[in-house]
Design a protein around this ligand. Structure first.
Ligand code: FMN
Length: 193
């Protein structure tokens, strides 16, 4: 019994050390503007129903500069989460693409695209945005928020398929709004683009 408790304690102790070291490493991260963003017109565009993706998008834009735009639906989803989830489930089953207000992306070279995950897929308003626009000669850099399960490769493939481009840079996945050290998480990702 004593050996068992000692084992558990050692594992917890090592786990805590690893987390603390990771936090220290993250805290010391310094932003170096990636080559890919040099002299480029940058747009950060996102859809957010509950505010998480908006929060990550705001933090991202405050680091990379450029313009920030929120995708708006012509017809909003109900505020009630259960009603909303039912509508989304039905729309996804029927491959329905909602109408969104147009965002002119012509002048931009780099487009950061932010979406929550819905039912293991990219959100429907972002589906609409990727389908409605041409991304020729543009680079898409996705950032995704989620709260449970996500098949990251599937989400990236969806973005490639919908936008009809393979020129997609490394995607940032954050749990909800990233909770703590979100700016540092974003910088670490940008430094490795
Ligand atoms: C209808 C619906 C479906 C969702 N499906 C998933 C899912 O399959 N996997 C997951 O990890 N999170 C899922 N979530 C959670 C959201 O992806 C997560 O909370 C996200 O950060 C919400 O972003 P927002 O606040 O910008 O809308 C779902 C949320 C909603 C409303």
């Amino acid at each position: 019994m004593e050996i068992f408790l000692f084992g558990i304690f050692t594992i917890l102790f090592l786990f805590t050390i690893i987390i603390v070291l990771k936090i220290i490493a993250l805290k010391n991260v310094v932003y170096k503007k990636p080559e890919i963003l040099s002299n480029k017109k940058i747009l950060t565009v996102y859809y957010s129903n509950g505010g998480n993706t908006k929060s990550v998008g705001n933090n991202l834009q405050s680091i990379v500069g450029g313009d920030l735009k929120e995708i708006e639906l012509t017809e909003k989803y109900p505020k009630n989460i259960f009603k909303m989830s039912n509508i989304i489930r039905k729309q996804m089953k029927e491959d329905f693409i909602p109408q969104i207000k147009n965002i002119d992306i012509a002048q931009y070279d780099i487009i950061f695209v932010g979406s929550p995950i819905w039912n293991f897929s990219i959100s429907l308003p972002i589906k609409a945005f990727l389908k409605n626009n041409s991304f020729d000669n543009k680079i898409i850099i996705p950032f995704i928020t989620y709260s449970g399960g996500s098949n990251k490769a599937k989400i990236v493939n969806e973005i490639k398929y919908l936008s009809n481009t393979n020129d997609i840079k490394k995607t940032l996945f954050t749990f909800e709004n990233g909770f703590f050290l979100i700016k540092e998480q974003i910088i670490k990702w940008l430094n490795n683009l």
